[in-house]
Design a protein around this ligand. Structure first.
Ligand code: PGA
Length: 256
């Protein structure tokens, strides 16, 4: 595991002109375009409707493409869904799985998250699997219980295949609130996740997500257990996203 990963999750933002201009902003930014020189992998996840357009814009650059979700079945009667193979077909290398907004809006369960992850791996994608506690669970001191359950299920169900995935710890209370977790919370929680996966003999990169921005990126990345960031709001502006990538470049690709 040698890379620090910065993933932009554009969520439900970006008509064609907006997506084109954002993708061009990434491609034309030196810090982002040459990030791989410092072992930093950059992935952007536009909405489905902009995937092809963004793929064409980032072609011939090291920036990679990810989907925001996919169905666990290969094809069939699933109105409104796309399969992992369809994402691969339009040039994706990654897909977000089990984002808390999918768990909330589409009732994705832990079992579905496992099934989607398997479908993604089978299609040749790297699943970026999101885990994390809600505000209520956080306030009740249940963070470790939630992670033990979410990560434990992934370890038991996916076994060694989990090493082909990336985890993203996203405390739900920190997403889109402007209140990122403290570096201390991130450090102890990521260390705990590493402990859970290690008991299953699995080593896997773990990203942090939740109100990461150019000002707090360096601090959030300072823990040896943080292998990158999953960025929502701050990924919608090329300059602020570049600030985050710059912080990752200072950390370098040496995260373990
Ligand atoms: P945020 O979103 O950076 O806007 O908090 C992160 C995410 O949901 O992936």
């Amino acid at each position: 595991m040698t890379k620090t990963m910065i993933v932009g999750n554009w969520k439900m933002n970006g008509t064609q002109p907006v997506a084109r201009s954002l993708a061009e902003g990434l491609v034309n930014n030196d810090i982002i375009r040459s990030a791989h020189a410092d072992g930093v992998q950059v992935v952007c996840c536009p909405p489905f409707t902009a995937l092809s357009l963004v793929q064409q814009t980032i072609a011939d650059t090291p920036i990679q493409l990810g989907g925001q979700a996919c169905h666990h079945q290969r094809q069939g009667a699933h109105t409104g869904d796309v399969s992992a193979a369809m994402l691969r077909d339009v040039g994706c290398s990654h897909v977000l799985v089990g984002h808390s907004e999918r768990r909330r809006d589409h009732h994705e369960s832990d079992d579905q998250v496992v099934a989607i992850s398997i479908a993604a791996i089978d299609a040749g994608l790297v699943p970026i699997i999101c885990v994390g506690e809600t505000l209520e669970e956080h306030q009740q001191g249940l963070t470790r219980n939630v992670l033990q359950r979410q990560v434990g299920i992934l370890c038991s169900a996916l076994g060694n295949n989990l090493s082909r995935c990336v985890l993203a710890y996203e405390p739900v209370w920190a997403i889109g609130t402007g209140l990122a977790a403290t570096a201390e919370h991130v450090e102890t929680t990521h260390a705990y996740i590493a402990e859970v996966t290690r008991t299953h003999g699995i080593v896997i990169p773990v990203l942090y997500g939740g109100s990461a921005n150019a000002s707090n990126a360096e601090e959030l990345l300072s823990s040896e257990h943080v292998n990158g960031l999953l960025v929502g709001g701050a990924s919608l502006d090329a300059i602020s996203f570049a600030g985050i990538v710059a912080a990752a470049r200072r950390k370098g690709g040496a995260s373990s």
